[in-house]
Design a protein around this ligand. Structure first.
Ligand code: SF4
Length: 427
C-alpha cells in the first residue's frame, strides 16, 4: 500500500483494553435541545417545536446566538404553571399551538415535537400527540417526536434522538448496495465528501439526515453505513434493526482520521488500492502540510478534555497524533466501546480516560494538571479562564465545520487561536 495512505505509527499498545474511569456525580453539560441549533439548518423544511418552559426557550435563544430569521424554524410551546399544576389540558393546548403554527406556515413538511424536562415532569405523552396530530395533518406534514430533556439527554444526544426518530421514515429501498453517511455535517463538508466518493467510484451514496424531508434516503439490508459523528448510538441501532450494516471506522477528523474513514468505505466497496491512493493521497498530503504550521505551535502542549460533546476521543486522537499534543485527561459523557474502538486503538497508551462526570473532582484534577488548553462547556470556561487556564468551548467544535481534509487546519486552528490569544495577553 502507498505510504501516503498508511496510518501514522501505531500508538504502542493503544487504549483498546484500557481501564476507563467511571464517574457518576454532578454534571455540567447542555441538554439535548442544543442539537436543534444545527439540525434546523440541516433539514430545511423541518420545524422543531420544543414543548417546554421559558428556561428551554432561553437556552435555545442563547445557544443559537443572535439569529434573525424571517421565518424561524424552531420555537418553544411554553408549559406554564397552570399546565404544571394539572389545571389545564396540556394536550388540548398543544393541539391548538400546532394547528395555529401549521396553518400559518404551509412550508413546514416535517414537524418535530421535542420533549423537555417540564413535559416529562407532567408526563405529557408526545408520541401519542405526534400520532394524533400526524393523522390530522397527513399527508401534508409528517409529525414526529423525540426527547431533548436534560433528564434523558446530554448535548449531542439530541441529534441522536432526532435521527433515531427519523429512521422509521426511511424507505426500505431496493438498491442492492448503497452507502449511507450518518450524522449531520455542514453542507460544504457533505459536498466535499460526495465529490470524493464519486471520484473513488463509490455509489450510490446518501446522506442522513437529508436536506429536505421529502428526500429521505433508503435504509435496508443493502445499506452499509458510515457514522460521521461519534454520538449516534441509538440511530445506529435503529438502522441495524432495519438490516443496514455499520462499517467500523475512525471519525473524519484530521488528515489521518479522514483518510481512515474514507478507507473503511473504500474497502467495503472494493475500491482498488491504487485508485484510493491517487484520489485520497494528494488531498491528505495537502491537509498534512496545512497542519504543519499548527503543529509547530501545539507540539508538546498539554490538553485536557472535559466530557461534553462525545467528540472528545476522536479529537484527542487527532491532537495527539497529528499535532503532537500531550493528553492530560480525556473525558467523555458516554463511551460507546464498539463505535469508538478504532479511535481507542490509536490513542497513546496510558491516556487517562474518564466516562461520565463528577465535575468538582474533575475540576480539581484539571487545576492540578495545569494543562495548556482545556476543552470544556461554556459553564466551566469562564471560571477556569479567571483562574488563568486557557479554554476552548466544546460547543464551537460542534458548530464549526471540522470534518474532512479541507477543514483539518481549521480544526487545528480552533486549538491554536486561544493559545495565541493567551500568549498575547501575558506578553
Ligand atoms: Fe433546562 Fe430541561 Fe429545558 Fe434543557 S430541557 S433547557 S435541561 S428545563
Amino acid at each position: 500500500m502507498n505510504a501516503v495512505i498508511d496510518i501514522l505509527p501505531l500508538a504502542e499498545g493503544g487504549c483498546a483494553d484500557a481501564t476507563v474511569r467511571q464517574e457518576r456525580g454532578q454534571r455540567e453539560v447542555f441538554c439535548g435541545l442544543t442539537g436543534i441549533v444545527w439540525l434546523h439548518r440541516k433539514i430545511q423544511d423541518a420545524f422543531f417545536l420544543v414543548v417546554g418552559s421559558r428556561t428551554c426557550a432561553h437556552l435555545l435563544q442563547s445557544a443559537a446566538g443572535v439569529m434573525i430569521f424571517a421565518e424561524p424554524r424552531f420555537a418553544t410551546a411554553i408549559i406554564d404553571e397552570r399546565d404544571l399544576a394539572g389545571l389545564a389540558d396540556a394536550n388540548a393546548e398543544l393541539d391548538r399551538v400546532v394547528t395555529r403554527l401549521l396553518e400559518r406556515r404551509p412550508d413546514i413538511k416535517l414537524l418535530f415535537l421535542v420533549g423537555s424536562c417540564p413535559s416529562e415532569v407532567i408526563k405529557l405523552d408526545l408520541s401519542r400527540a405526534a400520532q394524533r396530530l400526524g393523522k390530522a395533518f397527513a399527508p401534508k406534514v409528517r409529525i414526529l417526536n423525540y426527547s431533548g430533556s436534560g433528564i434523558e439527554t446530554t448535548f449531542t444526544q439530541g441529534e441522536d434522538a432526532c435521527l433515531a426518530s427519523l429512521v422509521p421514515e426511511m424507505p426500505a429501498g431496493d438498491e442492492e448496495r448503497s452507502l449511507l453517511v450518518v450524522g449531520a455535517l455542514a453542507d460544504i463538508v457533505e459536498d466535499q465528501f460526495a465529490r470524493l466518493f464519486a471520484e473513488l467510484g463509490i455509489g450510490p451514496v446518501h446522506f442522513f439526515p437529508p436536506r429536505r424531508a421529502g428526500l429521505m434516503p433508503p435504509a435496508g439490508p443493502g445499506t452499509r453505513f458510515l457514522l460521521a459523528q461519534p454520538f449516534l448510538a441509538d440511530t445506529a441501532r435503529a438502522l441495524e434493526a432495519r438490516g443496514a450494516q455499520r462499517l467500523a471506522a475512525h471519525f473524519p477528523l484530521g488528515a489521518e482520521g479522514t483518510m481512515l474513514w474514507l478507507r473503511a468505505a473504500a474497502r467495503a466497496c472494493g475500491v482498488e488500492a491504487t485508485r484510493f491512493a491517487s484520489v485520497v493521497g494528494p488531498r491528505r498530503e495537502r491537509a498534512a502540510r496545512a497542519l504543519a504550521r499548527h503543529r509547530v505551535q501545539l507540539e508538546g502542549r498539554r490538553i485536557f478534555f472535559f466530557p461534553d460533546s462525545q467528540l472528545e476521543l476522536p479529537l484527542a486522537r487527532f491532537a495527539a497524533r497529528e499535532l503532537g499534543m500531550k493528553l492530560a485527561e480525556v473525558g467523555t459523557p458516554y463511551l460507546h466501546r464498539a463505535h469508538l474502538l478504532p479511535e481507542l486503538e490509536l490513542l497513546p497508551a496510558g491516556t487517562p480516560l474518564v466516562e461520565g462526570q463528577d465535575v468538582e473532582a474533575q475540576l480539581d484534577r484539571c487545576r492540578a494538571a495545569k494543562p495548556d488548553i482545556t476543552v470544556c462547556g461554556l459553564g466551566l470556561a469562564n471560571p477556569l479562564e479567571a483562574e488563568g487556564l486557557t479554554t476552548k468551548w466544546s460547543i464551537e467544535l460542534v458548530f464549526t465545520p471540522i470534518q474532512g481534509f479541507d477543514q483539518a487546519a481549521d480544526l487545528a486552528e480552533l486549538f491554536t487561536r486561544p493559545l495565541t490569544r493567551r500568549l498575547k495577553l501575558v506578553a
